[in-house]
Design a protein around this ligand. Structure first.
Ligand SMILES: C[S@@+](CC[C@H](N)C(=O)[O-])C[C@H]1O[C@@H](n2cnc3c(N)ncnc32)[C@H](O)[C@@H]1O
Length: 180
C-alpha cells in the first residue's frame, strides 16, 4: 500500500477527476485499472467518471497478499451491475495476452510498484490506449527508504525518455501521459 495519508489520497482522486473529466457521463467509455485492492479507486472512478450506464471498467489484480481485499472489492462493485470486471491476475500475464489495439480511454496504473513491473505495465498498457486516451501512474514519487528498485519514478522516467510521442503532466505525486 502507498504510504500516504488519507488527505493525499483525496487530493489524488481530485486530480484524477480533473484529468478524466471529459469522460464524465459519456457513453461507452472504457477504463482499465491495474491494481485495485479493496476497490477504493475503482469505486471512485465508477461513481465520478464512468457514470454512464454503458461505460465500463476492467480491474486487474492478483489479490495474492491480501485475498480478503478481493471479497471487499467484489461486494463494493455489485452496485455497478455488471459494468466492472475484476480479473484475478498479475498485470503482465493479462496484458501480454491482449490483442494490440487502442481499446481504453484511460488506464490507471497502481499495481506492483517495483520499477521493473511499472516499466512492463507502462509499455504494455500504452499498446492498449486510444489515441486520445490518458495513462495515469499513481505514486510517481513514492519510494521506500533504501530500496531504489521499488521506485515508480525511475521506471516512469525511463519509459518517458524512450518515447518521443508523449506529453506528460505531473500533479499530486501522479503522472499522466497522453499521445502528442
Ligand atoms: C496500492 S494497491 C491499489 C489501490 C487501489 N488502486 C486504490 O487506490 O484503492 C496495489 C494493488 O496492486 C496489486 N498488485 C500487486 N502486484 C500486482 C500485479 N503484478 N498486477 C496487478 N496488480 C498487482 C496488489 O494486490 C494491490 O491490491
Amino acid at each position: 500500500m502507498s504510504r500516504i495519508s488519507i488527505q493525499d489520497r483525496a487530493d489524488q482522486m481530485d486530480q484524477m477527476q480533473k484529468w478524466l473529466k471529459v469522460y464524465v457521463g459519456q457513453p461507452n467509455i472504457k477504463g482499465l485499472e491495474i491494481g485495485s485492492h479493496e476497490g477504493g479507486s475503482a469505486y471512485f472512478l465508477m461513481n465520478n467518471i464512468l457514470t454512464h450506464k454503458t461505460s465500463t471498467l476492467i480491474c486487474v489484480d492478483p489479490w495474492l497478499r491480501h485475498p480478503e481485499a478481493e471479497t471487499v472489492f467484489r461486494i463494493k462493485m455489485e452496485k455497478f451491475a455488471g459494468r466492472v470486471t475484476g480479473i484475478r491476475s498479475n498485470s503482465f500475464d493479462w496484458l501480454i495476452k491482449q490483442p494490440i489495439s487502442p481499446t481504453f480511454d484511460f488506464i490507471f496504473i497502481d499495481g506492483d510498484h517495483t520499477a521493473s513491473a511499472i516499466l512492463d505495465d507502462a509499455i504494455l498498457c500504452l499498446r492498449l490506449l486510444q489515441k486520445t486516451g490518458i495513462l495515469i501512474f499513481d505514486d510517481y514519487l513514492w519510494q521506500p527508504k533504501f530500496k531504489t528498485t521499488i521506485s515508480p519514478k525511475i521506471a516512469i522516467d525511463a519509459f518517458l525518455s524512450c518515447q518521443n510521442n508523449l506529453l506528460v503532466s505531473f500533479a499530486c505525486r501522479q503522472a499522466a501521459v497522453r499521445f502528442k
